[in-house]
Design a protein around this ligand. Structure first.
Ligand SMILES: [Zn+2]
Length: 116
């Protein structure tokens, strides 16, 4: 397993929708003085991730917001502690995977997950 930082994908597909993943200094939904790690906006089909997080926290935030996205798109009404739990577990599962077309790497290959 590589020990260098693996970057988040630039986009993901959720059903027919392409969701953009964007690094931001402070997520749009932050209130002044509030510190949040990420946000999901259905109107823009965009997940925002706070810049500069530790890699493990960045991946957990990514999966948390993917779960928020799925929850809203499906109107599943998943309790937030389940979203938190699955975000944590999915980050653990994907921790050893290489994801192509990653931000910062400039790759334009396929977007599939490839076991590493
Ligand atoms: Zn949440």
């Amino acid at each position: 397993m590589e020990d260098k930082k693996l970057s988040l994908p630039k986009t993901i597909k959720v059903g027919p929708h392409t969701v953009t993943i964007k690094y931001v200094e402070v997520p749009d939904c932050s209130e002044p003085g509030e510190f949040i790690f990420g946000s999901w906006c259905i109107q823009d089909l965009e997940i925002q991730i706070r810049e500069g997080l530790e890699p493990s926290l960045e991946w957990e935030t990514f999966w948390h917001e993917v779960m928020e996205c799925i929850n809203e798109m499906t109107d599943a009404d998943i309790p937030h502690h389940f979203i938190q739990t699955f975000g944590l577990l999915l980050a653990g599962i994907t921790g050893g995977m290489k994801i192509c077309e990653c931000q910062g790497l400039g790759k334009t290959e396929s977007t599939h997950l490839a076991a590493k």
